[in-house]
Design a protein around this ligand. Sequence first.
Ligand code: PLP
Length: 625
Amino acid sequence: AALYNVDGWGGPYFAVNAAGNISVRSHGSATLPHQEIDLLKIVKKASDPKSIGGLGLQLPLIVRFPDVLKNRLECLQSAFDYAIQSEGYGSHYQGVYPVKCNQDRFVVEDIVKFGSPFRFGLEAGSKPELLLAMSCLCKGNPDALLICNGFKDAEYISLALVANKLALNTVIVLEQEEEVDLIIELSKKLCIKPVIGLRAKLRTKHSGHFGGTSGEKGKFGLTTAQILRVVKKLDLAGMLDCLQLLHFHIGSQIPSTALLADGVGEAAQIYCELVRLGANMRVIDIGGGLGIDYDGSKSCDSDISVGYSLEEYASAVVHAIQCVCDRRSVKNPVICSESGRAIVSHQSILVFEAVGTSTTVGGVSSAFSAPYVAGDLSEDYRFLSEAAFGGDYESCLAYTEELKERCVEQFKQGAVCMEQLAAVDGLCELVRKAVGAGEPVRRYHVNLSVFTSIPDAWGIEQVFPIIPIHRLDEKPSVRGILSDLTCDSDGKIDKFINGESSLPLHEVEGGSYYLGMFLGGAYEEALGGFHNLFGGPSVVRVSQSDGPHSFAVTRAVPGPSCGDVLRVMQHQPELMFETLKHRAYEYVSHDNAAVLASGLARTFDRMPYLVPLSSFGDADAAAAP
Ligand code: PLP
């Protein structure tokens, strides 16, 4: 646990149990006590063809824990409740979940259900998101907010007005000045009185990677001059009382409470100005930005950590708003936040498997054979042996690098054969080992697509805690980087927490070696695409059930098949199968064609990861043109 800093980034949800496996702590309920669930047991159960309805789900696998999600929501709410009570703040906190962070139906439905006792709502940023938020909130608390953000056309605004008509507590937030004209026109046409918010562009700037949307030159929101024009337009239309909410978003992963308080204080001044200008203000929506400590370092100088707790975050927000409003004698507004990352990151774990390893110099020891170290090379051999025996290890290592480069050049010119090149590789590795330079970093091939399942690792070099989920009571003997199965050299992970460029790993000797990516429940699933036509992972939902250490798989969904992902790119798998089957009967004997065709049918039906070629198992297949 200490080697991978599990307590730092994983507490209070993840720990290492006595068996050396990752355990997930569910936080119990009135009827069920707190329990530890062994993650390896879940993976074994989900992939066992004899279990959960014979599904035998393939990896990679997303394991979701609704109990963890519930606990995150409750902790966020109680952090604000506590801050409000201890500061004597004159209103309440009522959050919304931005569905873009993870639009999975069950995640959104759970949030609406778990958040219903405290009026937790949803935020949408597009028409499809609005549709899903509307239908989910029909089953939620009637006071829960439905915040409509994002760029809006007439259809989006009409839909938001319809939501209002359906008695959903809808706020249309202006992101662009022109939207106000559309809202005035459409609300009059449809005879629906809207509740309007506006997004302000703050001057406060968050300088980290996730702060690109903040500051005066940020992409979203209204400038001071635009806010004043919007107020005037609404006033002229007799709709200034509709303006009730001020929204801003400093950026995701806000590093410190100092920056947060600065931004919230500026926004509170704008809020008070809107009150002065005659708007019917009720809510201040502080956007997202509540960060996650991905490496457990509790640092405010890093994009992947934050220097505050949930309680400190809530207290900084409440204090900053109250200071400004009390000074200006403005009634304390309802505080809304759009925390996404902080709510959904912990609830899912992506589990994948190492399916093989290779070193940078493959199969070296067996390739080293003295007869090939002949001629010129025997001189080098002598030099290296002498330097090694004399303890001059640095010269040895430098010399081997130089020797290797020289031999590669000679190989390119045809002066050195393949066996000699392999022998030099072997010699270099022996020297590295002899001088104690350690084994080179290995490449672990893992059965997933980084582009599909961890897109931020590729796109913005984000670092997530990735560790083996078992054998944690065994000292890892090698270091490795992870390479995915896509045919793309960017499909790798070579940046890990603590600034490491490789991960301590165990030997994969027979058996299965499972790794987990933690804290990726926000954004990663929502962003992932179909690069190399690898589909998404299988998913299971796991809840605690009666008895110690026991759990129930309450839902299991296989990942998309090869046919499914081909359909995404407009291919027609049924037709493709017919074409290939037809060709099989043309080129292969009748019996073998039938075997081939059924193998092909299975391949279309299986997940795109690791389709075993042995399914074809037919001599004709290899010989077919
Ligand atoms: N609200 C808005 C407007 C956003 O742009 C975002 C994401 O960047 C969020 C909320 C969610 O932010 P976070 O995941 O940092 O809580």
